[in-house]
Each structure stands twice: as structure tokens, then as C-alpha cells.
Design a protein around this ligand. Structure first.
Ligand SMILES: NC(=O)C1=CN([C@@H]2O[C@H](COP(=O)(O)OP(=O)(O)OC[C@H]3O[C@@H](n4cnc5c(N)ncnc54)[C@H](OP(=O)(O)O)[C@@H]3O)[C@@H](O)[C@H]2O)C=CC1
Ligand SMILES: Cc1cn([C@H]2C[C@H](O)[C@@H](COP(=O)(O)OP(=O)(O)O[C@H]3O[C@@H](C)C(=O)[C@@H](O)[C@H]3O)O2)c(=O)[nH]c1=O
Length: 290
């Protein structure tokens, strides 16, 4: 089986590269923005023609939520128009598509976890561009898995987890918002879920929510990172309700994962357990290098 991964140098792409080391029987084609620009149909068409992948995992995206407010055209180019090209090519070449989307398609006004059939109403440009990307997939092909996830973090790239670790090591003062409730998700867990989905070659196509379980504010998330790193006494961590930003974010974006759990027979780890596990792994790696 041949699996194309687009956006392979981003955080989810890197987690897939890491987790794929323990899979067998799959040939992976990891392509970055440099080697395969998904906004270029001239690049995509011959690529699909030559490689005929069985699956495409689309990790390529415009993910800078703040910058998207001033860069709407590019956000929609990458998160929607390019996804339309990908979906059309997947249909032509009978490639199954795993497309990753976001909790930011919701407006955050619900008081209980969002299910896949809930209405969507993004409140920022990034969320709107990702929602249009979902529409492109479902309008242009059938053999797709759209996986909505939330608050991804990992040891790779620019994310909230790495920002807090860096600020913690600098002994910086941190003001972290309690205004939003969601679920931090270890991108390695999502990568494992995607690889299992592909290995099972399931035909239970459709839209799924996948994040870790439980719920947290960004402040809860930062606090646990600092506690586990035993930096809580070194850093002044303050909870603040308001942390002004350009983009609005949903106040509540916890998602219900029971559809994915039931159909794929999987037990999803709690965000706390997964965060502690990742910090242990990172510390062990550092220990081995010293
Ligand atoms: N990060 C998060 O908290 C969340 C992310 N998601 C979704 O998960 C997916 C993966 O996100 P994540 O790995 O965190 O994001 P990253 O920003 O870490 O990675 C995105 C990757 O896409 C690449 N890319 C951008 N434009 C193009 C292009 N035109 N052609 C090919 N590649 C391109 C980037 O390359 P380069 O850097 O070279 O531009 C980068 O490597 C995305 O769909 C995102 O919307 C959903 C919920 C939460
Ligand atoms: C750095 C920082 C952020 N914040 C706030 C700002 C914001 O309200 C919240 C989260 O900040 P960030 O900008 O790191 O996260 P943000 O870019 O909003 O993260 C989102 O990314 C996209 C790609 C998604 O799809 C979402 O699921 C979500 O993960 O924390 C603080 O309160 N204090 C701080 O020191």
C-alpha cells in the first residue's frame, strides 16, 4: 500500500513520520511544501499520475490563526482551494483521503461536547477556511475520512506546549487565558489513530471527531506542563480571563468522540495522561543524549 503524506514537515507530518517507523507493509511518500505544493495543480496532477497513492493524508494547511485574519486569500487558497484539487485528484485516482480539520469550525456557544452532526459556524478566518475545505472534500469525493481535531501539540514545531516549555525555561512571567475550554491533543496519538485507520483499510468513510478526552482551559494545560517539568515554583503563572488576540476563538470546543471510538474500536487517552507520557518521553530522550 502506498500512502502520500502532504505537509510532512509540519507537526502532524513529523508525528506521522515518527509513528510510521513501527508500521510495516506501507510505503510512505512524505512530501513537504517544498517538494509538493498543494496549491499547485500543475505539481499535483503529474504527481498523482506517477505515484497513484492508495491513501493521501493531508497534513498541509495554513495554521496561523492570528495571521489568517489579515491573510484571508492565502488561508483559503491552502485550506480550501488546494483541498478541492486534492479531492478531485483523489477521486480520479481512487485514492482514499484522510483530511484533517479543526474544532474552530464551531462557534463555541454549545454547553456540551460537539457531535459530528452539530451546526458549524466559524468565528475566525482560519476556521472559515477549514470549514470550506471540509465542504470541498465532501462535495468532490466519497472515499474520505475528515478528522476534526483540537489544540494539537507535540515535541515538534511551533505549538502552545513548546511555547510554554520555552517560556518556562526562560523563567518568564506567564499570563494564560481561562476564557476557552477545549481538549489538548497529543499529535502523536492522532498520528497513531490515522495509521491504524489506514492499516485497517476501513470503508467507514465520513466525518469524525478525534481529540484526546477530557477538557481543559489553556491555563490548565500550561499549569500541568509546568508542574510536570517542576517549573511551577520558578515561573509566575497567572490565570487571566482575557488575553487579547486579533482572531476570536470558540469559548467551548470540546468534541464528542464516541463515533470514532465505536466505529474504530479504539480507546482514546485522556489529555492529562498523554501529556505526562510525552513529557516523560522527551525527558528520557534528553537523558540518553547527555
Ligand atoms: N495545530 C493545531 O493545533 C491544530 C491543527 N489542526 C489541523 O491539523 C493539520 C495539521 O496541523 P499541524 O501539523 O499542527 O500544522 P503545521 O502548521 O505544523 O503544519 C502544516 C504544514 O503544512 C505545510 N504547508 C503549508 N502550505 C502548504 C502548501 N501550499 N503545500 C504543501 N504544504 C503546505 C507547512 O509547510 P511550511 O511550514 O513549509 O509552510 C507545514 O509543514 C492541519 O490541517 C490543521 O488545520 C486541527 C486542529 C488543531
Ligand atoms: C502564548 C499565549 C497564548 N495565550 C492564549 C491565546 C489564545 O486565546 C490561546 C491559544 O493560543 P495559541 O495562539 O497558541 O493557539 P491557537 O493558534 O488558537 O490554537 C489553535 O490552532 C489551530 C491551528 C487549531 O486548529 C485549534 O484547534 C487550536 O489549536 O491562549 C495566552 O493566554 N497566553 C500566552 O502566553
Amino acid at each position: 500500500m502506498k500512502v502520500l503524506v502532504t505537509g510532512a514537515s509540519g507537526q502532524l507530518g513529523k508525528c506521522l513520520q515518527k509513528q510510521s517507523k513501527t508500521t510495516s507493509g506501507i510505503e510512505f511518500l512524505f512530501e513537504t511544501s517544498q517538494t509538493l505544493d498543494i496549491t499547485s495543480e500543475e505539481a499535483l496532477k503529474p504527481y498523482f499520475q506517477e505515484h497513484q497513492p492508495d491513501f493521501c493524508i493531508n497534513c498541509a494547511a495554513y495554521t496561523n490563526v492570528e495571521a489568517a485574519e489579515d491573510d484571508k486569500t492565502r488561508a483559503f487558497q491552502v485550506n480550501s482551494e488546494a483541498v478541492k484539487s486534492l479531492a478531485r485528484l483523489c477521486k480520479i485516482h481512487q485514492t482514499k483521503l484522510v483530511h484533517v480539520s479543526t474544532d474552530y469550525v464551531f462557534d463555541g456557544l454549545k454547553l456540551s461536547p460537539y457531535v459530528e452532526t452539530d451546526s458549524v459556524r466559524p468565528i475566525n478566518i482560519y476556521g472559515a477556511s477549514k470549514l470550506q475545505g471540509e465542504t470541498m472534500v465532501l462535495e468532490h469525493m466519497h472515499s474520505y475520512f475528515i478528522l476534526r481535531t483540537s489544540w494539537l501539540y507535540s515535541e515538534f514545531g511551533h505549538n502552545f506546549f513548546n511555547t510554554i516549555l520555552k517560556k518556562g525555561e526562560e523563567r518568564a512571567e506567564l499570563n494564560i487565558t481561562t476564557e476557552q475550554i477545549g481538549t489538548p491533543t497529543n499529535a502523536n496519538d492522532l498520528a497513531k489513530f490515522i495509521l491504524n485507520l489506514i492499516a485497517a483499510d476501513s470503508d467507514a468513510f465520513g466525518l469524525y471527531h478525534y481529540s484526546n478526552t477530557g477538557e481543559a482551559t489553556w491555563y490548565d494545560f500550561a499549569r500541568l506542563i509546568l508542574e510536570e517539568k517542576q517549573l511551577e515554583k520558578e515561573v509566575s503563572l497567572k490565570a487571566t480571563f482575557s488575553y487579547p488576540t486579533k482572531a476570536r476563538r470558540p469559548k467551548f470546543s470540546v468534541m464528542d468522540k464516541s463515533k470514532a471510538e465505536a466505529i474504530f474500536q479504539t480507546q482514546i487517552p485522556h489529555w492529562r495522561e498523554s501529556l505526562v507520557g510525552l513529557l516523560k518521553e522527551v525527558n528520557q530522550d534528553l537523558g540518553h543524549r547527555e
